[in-house]
Design a binder for this molecule. Sequence first.
Ligand code: HOZ
Length: 437
Amino acid sequence: MLNLSKSLEAFNEAKTLMPGGVNSPVRSYRSVDCNPPFIARAEGDKIYDIDGNEYIDYVGSWGPMVVGHAHPQVVKALQEAATRGTSYGAPTVIESELAKLVQSVYPSMEMLRMVNSGTESTMSALRLARGYTGREKILKFIGCYHGHSDSLLVSAGSGMATFGVPSSPGVTKGTAADTITIPYNDEEAFKEIMDKCGDEIAAVIVEPVAGNMGCIPPKQGYLRLLRKLTEEHGTLLIFDEVMCGFRASLGGAQAAYGIVPDLTCLGKIIGGGLPVAAYGGKREIMSKVSPSGPVYQAGTLSGNPLAMTAGLETLKIITAEPEAGEPDYSRKLTLKTKKLLLGWQEKAREAGVSIQAHQAGSMFGIFFSEKEVYDYADAEAADQEAFKVWFKAMLEQGIYLAPSQFETLFMSGAHSEEDIDRTIEAAGRAFAAVAAL
Ligand code: HOZ
């Protein structure tokens, strides 16, 4: 039995200081009825708690730790950068370096603006879309989560889905009324709403690979339909690639599915674990952002030199040319993810447990469901009791997974074949525990 006594003590103290004892809800482990390990340090694919337990980590800080924790190249560059000062609130060359590197992989981002979080990037992209089109309505998909700005906290995934409160109190009726929601992956619903009021919609915002209702890739042709109808109605198409950027493929979902959105939001990963995000897109649209244009958005810590350094070093590692005959970084992650999921599927079959396993590059997840899972309703109908048992059995065996079936798991370059094999063996025992339910 895992000893989490120091973590429990730390959690009890934290609960007196922060709502639910945490600074972001899902990590409280409330939805899996246990106490969270408090983390002391992380290295490579391992994370260690203050009780001294070691785990193989498939959360990776919810995505950004693509090269593993405390990668020596990133740490060295950060140490050097820190000696030059941690924030200037003034332009630096490294901001352009990171912008150029992002742009080389995401050519649709003809201009971009660095911000500090995914929430900031989607919120700013929406304001820009409204300012550019002169329209007020936006359309989002049920179960997609785009951060916690008011317009987007309607029928949202992630923590909102985890705790079963799809829309937050505090969001005004007026704001909610400007946010239209329809199911993800439903072509007919999309055609119908665009027919009815497409000309009033400033932007359609989508996680092109949903990551906040569990991992749910788009059906074939679905993103193409979004692109076609938004174009016909003069509505901007915003790809929120905060989770699937550099994950669904190196060039994200837009490269994997061959779609050019008007605006893209990236986050987490482009800061290599420090607080960075960006929004960007067509030059004509981005030129409306202050001080080039009238749409205001600002931030003292935006483009912060430490965060830019971590992002730049991380992206250099994953975009480096592979050795001759070797697959590139992103492909290697995809192959490791495939191996892990095939192993889980086999173990689930052996245990007689029905699962749906989903993968998009190096993001992945499973649902305890006999039925295929295409949208939030399907995800919600999956067996969440089974998920809890599975989650706890994996944690007991030193496998650190997201504590909610409405989140996504991530592979990193630091995961060894041996650790993946260990994870598959642990899964066999965890599925047996689910079967015994
Ligand atoms: N729920 C967020 C990821 N989709 C972040 C959770 C956290 O950092 O606790």
